[in-house]
Design a protein around this ligand. Structure first.
Ligand SMILES: [Zn+2]
Length: 379
């Protein structure tokens, strides 16, 4: 996986038809000109709350969800889009929601699919403050991205993108049936779109950091920004809108397939329990559709508990990571996440590898380093 492909995940149309997880009422038809749903669209979630997210379908290049909260004197964004192109669409969609300026942007964590659009957002609203946990801010600063658009950097990236596009195109042409041909052709198409979106990238940082908690007060839509513990990264911000009872989790919750590279499986459970205890009516995940009950969170908690219990026992017996990977049984969670969808099952299965590796690292007290895989199997 190359440096900037931080997270790849399925979002499946009709997912709830075969799944036990909560259905969403925040539906919108995909545009006929955007059949794969790569481009974000705007969804109304509650009074003063909108969501900008990718449509249904498999996304080879994902864009983190962006939540827009309308306060009395301006807008608060939670995340900023995953590329300059995605950031420009955020700007356009926000203008369609309100004439108020963006006053603050909360970056939930350091992964680029959530903040690479920040440069474009700040171009439009240069006075907006940018908020993140101190460790998210620190990791945003370590990625080696240019401070200003850089033609040489873009040219080097284009070589990578062209190679990926050719790979998907070749796979499409060699595919044994129409379903596979279409699948890989759509991946090539999205990689092309992302390649264009990525051009002109330059990094912006948080200028306000917090350790535990920060409030953006407002009568209509107060915003509580919290660090509840390590989950998907070591500095995930969770945002709670107490008036609307909406929680925005960043990638502490990703659906329909959870993602756990460089993660903290033990602490993650307690954070999910705290999120569940908020009594939300809507949960906006870092990717995927909003959730209106705790079913998915319950499944995440049960999965993490199962993994940690199994891995601790196996590691305690002296098994190596490879042996532990081979011995852990996650078939019940696999069915819970993937239902009968074979592509989804494939994705869920491949994501067990980093989860087990991180759980093993925690059981063995091996430090987990952001941006690095927890174990040798994830190279
Ligand atoms: Zn993400």
């Amino acid at each position: 996986m190359r440096l900037y492909a931080i997270l790849r995940v399925f979002t499946i149309a009709g997912f709830t038809a075969s799944m036990a997880f909560s259905s969403t009422v925040f539906c919108q038809q995909a545009s006929a000109t955007d059949p794969t749903g790569y481009f974000q669209q705007s969804y109304s979630i509650a009074d003063q709350v909108h969501l900008l997210r990718q449509g249904a379908g498999f996304h080879v290049e994902v864009i983190g969800n962006v939540t827009v909260v309308e306060q009395t004197d301006g807008l608060v964004l939670i995340d900023a889009g995953g590329s300059p192109g995605a950031g420009r669409r955020v700007v356009e969609l926000v203008h369609g929601i309100s004439t108020k300026p963006v006053k603050a942007v909360v970056i939930t964590h350091w992964h680029g699919d959530h903040h690479f659009g920040l440069s474009e957002v700040l171009k439009e609203w240069p006075h907006a403050i940018v908020i993140a946990t101190a460790s998210a801010e620190s990791n945003m600063n370590k990625r080696g991205l240019p401070a200003h658009p850089d033609a040489a950097f873009d040219a080097a990236q284009k070589i990578n993108f062209d190679r990926l596009i050719k790979g998907f195109t070749d796979q499409s042409q060699a595919a044994p049936d129409e379903t596979e041909r279409k699948y890989f052709a759509e991946e090539a198409h999205e990689e092309q779109l992302y390649s264009e979106d990525f051009r002109g990238i330059s990094i912006r940082y948080a200028n306000v950091t917090f350790a535990d908690h920060m409030s953006l007060l407002d009568d209509a839509a107060p915003v509580e920004i919290m660090f509840l513990g390590k989950t998907h990264t070591d500095g995930d911000a969770i945002v709670w809108l107490p008036k609307q009872k909406v929680v925005v989790t960043g990638d502490a919750v990703v659906s329909p397939v959870p993602f756990w590279r460089s993660a903290y499986p033990v602490e993650w459970i307690s954070v999910l329990e705290k999120i569940r205890s908020l009594g939300y009516t809507v949960l906006i995940p870092g990717h995927g559709v909003p959730q209106t009950d705790t079913t998915y969170v319950d499944t995440l908690i049960a999965t993490l508990q199962s993994v940690n219990t199994q891995v601790a026992a196996l590691a305690g017996k002296g098994l190596s990571l490879d042996e532990t990977q081979a011995s852990v049984d996650l078939s019940s969670s696999e069915r819970a996440f993937a239902g009968t969808d074979p592509k989804l099952a494939e994705q869920v299965k491949s994501n067990w590898i980093p989860l087990v590796a991180c759980s093993y690292a925690e059981a063995k007290h091996i430090p987990i380093i952001q941006g690095k895989p927890c174990g040798p199997l994830q190279q």
